[in-house]
Write a protein that binds this ligand. Structure first.
Ligand SMILES: *[C@@H]1O[C@H](CO)[C@@H](O)[C@H](O)[C@H]1NC(C)=O
Ligand SMILES: *[C@@H]1O[C@H](CO)[C@@H](O)[C@H](O)[C@H]1NC(C)=O
Ligand SMILES: *[C@@H]1O[C@H](CO)[C@@H](O)[C@H](O)[C@H]1NC(C)=O
Ligand SMILES: *[C@@H]1O[C@H](CO)[C@@H](O)[C@H](O)[C@H]1NC(C)=O
Ligand SMILES: *[C@@H]1O[C@H](CO)[C@@H](O)[C@H](O)[C@H]1NC(C)=O
Ligand SMILES: *[C@@H]1O[C@H](CO)[C@@H](O)[C@H](O)[C@H]1NC(C)=O
Ligand SMILES: *[C@@H]1O[C@H](CO)[C@@H](O)[C@H](O)[C@H]1NC(C)=O
Length: 617
């Protein structure tokens, strides 16, 4: 009561004297006029009243009407009623966190038109009825986290047009109603954490057209549905952290988003979500740390043209394939500490020159020539606090990268260029429909990777598992050969030290309709030296391999064989036609595919095809 009287008198005094007093004096006078409830600390300058941890059971008397900042945190307040704050229309910040509030009445804050910040954190609120936040049209920050809220009701934030940040974590949220976020036109940051949500509240989120940053942490969501995030046109930062049940990110899960930063961490993800990331060409930061990803494949991230930082720490990464970061021209930071990587080849990167921060510590690194590009230029990279070390070879085990000097390197780091065993050109002849195998085994340190180049210039690796594949020992296997498989194959053995190549020829004999019986009892055979076979006008195979490799490749590229195929097809038609007419019965041989020595002499061959073949070559 005395407080009240004081306030009124002082106010009168101020308004009477104000015109006559200097500005400085006014300031001092008002300062002394700012009363303070007992037990609280106040500041006249900031117009704040701090009643933190004062065991208050109700809102104390004597809070000045002009108070802007009111801190009632960590007390024993139980409820908020409509008339509690109706007089404090100047309030800008109100902190009610850490009380035992179980109930907030609609209209409780309706007079607080200037409020910027309201915290109801850490109370016992189970339900916030629609209307509680009515009038708070200037509110920018609202924290209702750490309560017992189970459901967010439709339109409960309707008036909060200026709200920028909303904290609703640590509740027992099971359901967010479809229109709960309606009206939050300015919301930029939303954090949903430690709730009982089991699905992404797609519909509710779709009202947040201006949301920039969405953090969803510690949720038991196990499935990300396709199109989980709709109409979030402005969203740039998405954080999915600590979803232990999440195993996959389906291809369309992030469709419709235009993110710059994406973080999917502490999940059960076992495969790199290439497809899901393809629609994010503006992505600059990607964090996929602490999951079970074991592999990054080549050429799968090409669409992430702006990616600058990739963090994949503490996963189970054991291999990053060459060309994995193809297309990533601006990759500056690669953070793959605490994984199972043995190496990191230069060929992984599109532009190794842009790389500045390279965290590869705590990996079982094998220092051979695959790592030479780093070891030779350690000064170009920042390796972080924990320096990377090799576990082999013996002589440099445990030596921090920064201590490497050139002479030591060439002495200790093994590096041997691939060498393909045997130097003779391999030749293989098989019947159509039979399997064909071309061998290629190479030595080198580290063990060379063998791939094959087909006559049609297609590269086949051990990853191809169709009709044509490469076995782990380097052998090219064609499961069921076809006539058009004929030609020169090149075996390419490569490791970080270099390449070696060798060619091999394959001839697949056609079992054409009329000739099937002729070849019926013949089996496939090898011949290691093509020069053994006698030259034969109709034997295209021999003639072809008399030429040097370059010419063959050029002619292959020019589609010569394809053309030949077409011409031969015409011949076939001619043949069928002529048979139909009863001419040349049974004595036309349109066989053009390679024949080996012993097989060359079947039946008389008409002059036509022979001449044709001569012309073709
Ligand atoms: C709301 O905030 C704006 C800018 O911060 C201010 O100009 C306006 O006066 C405030 N409205 C009320 C009712 O306090
Ligand atoms: C939310 O999850 C916690 C922990 O799993 C559980 O104790 C609580 O009962 C759940 N609440 C609801 C409303 O389901
Ligand atoms: C993670 O995935 C593995 C393999 O699919 C499974 O065995 C494990 O139970 C999963 N962990 C969790 C927490 O779901
Ligand atoms: C995506 O985001 C980038 C960077 O924030 C922006 O420049 C671009 O215009 C956005 N694209 C679309 C389609 O919104
Ligand atoms: C990546 O995510 C992990 C786990 O959430 C976090 O600790 C780390 O700081 C993040 N890295 C960056 C660069 O943001
Ligand atoms: C590398 O990753 C770790 C863990 O995610 C993170 O704490 C650290 O900040 C990252 N380092 C850099 C340089 O980004
Ligand atoms: C090995 O071959 C690849 C192409 O297949 C080429 O880019 C690379 O420069 C070659 N390396 C050496 C050392 O010849």
């Amino acid at each position: 009561m005395v407080d009240c009287m004081n306030k009124v008198m002082l106010h009168t005094a101020v308004s009477c004297w104000q015109p006559f007093l200097g500005l400085a004096l006014v300031a001092i006078f008002i300062g002394s006029a700012f009363s303070c409830p007992t037990r609280c600390e106040c500041s006249a300058q900031t117009k704040s009243v701090i009643c933190h941890r004062k065991r208050l059971q109700s809102i104390p008397d004597g809070i000045p009407i002009e108070t802007k900042v009111l801190d009632l945190s960590k007390n024993k307040l139980q409820a908020v009623n409509p008339d509690d704050f109706s007089t404090y229309t100047h309030l800008e910040e109100l902190d009610l966190s850490g009380n035992i509030i179980g109930n907030v009445e609609p209209g409780a804050f309706s007079a607080l038109l200037s409020m910027h910040s309201l915290s109801l954190k850490s109370n016992r609120i189970k339900l916030i009825p629609t209307g509680v936040f009515t009038g708070l049209s200037n509110l920018t920050l609202l924290d209702i986290s750490d309560n017992k809220i189970v459901i967010l009701l439709d339109y409960m934030f309707q008036d909060l047009h200026n709200l920028k940040s909303l904290e609703v974590g640590d509740n027992e949220l099971v359901y967010i109603s479809h229109r709960a976020f309606s009206g939050l036109l300015s919301l930029e940051t939303l954090t949903l954490e430690r709730c009982n949500l089991t699905v992404v509240p797609t519909e509710a989120l779709s009202h947040l057209h201006n949301l920039v940053s969405l953090h969803m942490r510690q949720l038991s969501i196990s499935i990300l549905q396709p199109y989980s995030f709709k109409k979030l046109f402005r969203l740039r930062y998405l954080e999915i952290d600590n979803w232990p049940l999440l195993d996959v990110v389906p291809p369309n899960a992030l469709h419709g988003l235009n993110l710059t930063t994406l973080s999917i961490t502490n999940t059960n993800l076992s495969a790199f979500p290439y497809q899901a990331l393809r629609h994010l060409p503006y992505l600059t930061h990607l964090n996929l740390s602490f999951c079970r990803i074991s592999h990054i494949e080549g050429s799968m991230l090409r669409d992430l043209v702006r990616l600058r930082e990739l963090h994949l720490v503490g996963a189970q990464l054991s291999y990053i394939e060459p060309y994995a970061f193809q297309g990533l021209r601006w990759l500056r930071v690669l953070n793959v500490s605490y994984n199972r990587l043995e190496t990191l080849e230069r060929a992984v990167f599109q532009t190794p020159e842009t790389l500045e921060v390279l965290l590869i510590d705590n990996n079982p690194l094998v220092c051979d020539c695959r790592l030479m590009w780093i070891l030779q230029k350690t000064h170009l990279f920042y390796f972080g606090e924990a320096q990377p070390e090799c576990i082999t070879p013996e002589g440099i085990r445990g030596k921090p990268f920064r201590d490497f000097k050139e002479p030591l390197l060439s002495y200790y780091v093994p590096c041997v260029k691939p060498k393909i065993r045997g130097n003779k050109t391999q030749t293989l002849i098989v019947d159509e429909g039979q399997p064909a195998r071309l061998h290629c085994s190479a030595e080198g340190i580290p063990r060379p990777v063998v791939s094959w180049i087909t006559p049609r210039r297609r590269q086949v690796t051990s990853k191809n598992n169709g009709r044509i594949t490469v076995q782990t020992n380097g052998t090219l296997e064609i499961r069921i050969s076809e006539v058009h498989d004929s030609g020169v194959y090149i075996c390419l053995a490569s490791n970080a030290a270099g390449n070696d190549t060798q060619s091999a020829s394959l001839a697949v004999k056609s079992l054409g309709t009329s000739d099937r019986s002729l070849y019926a009892n013949r089996t496939s055979q090898y011949s290691t030296d093509p020069n053994n076979t006698t030259a034969n006008g109709t034997n295209l195979y021999n003639m072809t391999f008399g030429l040097d490799l370059k010419t063959i490749l050029v002619s292959t590229a020019m589609g010569c064989f394809t053309f030949l195929g077409v011409v031969l097809f015409c011949f076939l038609l001619l043949f069928v036609w002529s048979r139909g007419k009863g001419k040349h019965k049974n004595n036309i041989d349109i066989e053009y595919v390679p024949r080996s020595n012993g097989a060359g002499a079947e039946g008389p061959e008409p002059a036509g095809p022979r001449r044709f073949n001569m012309k073709m070559i």
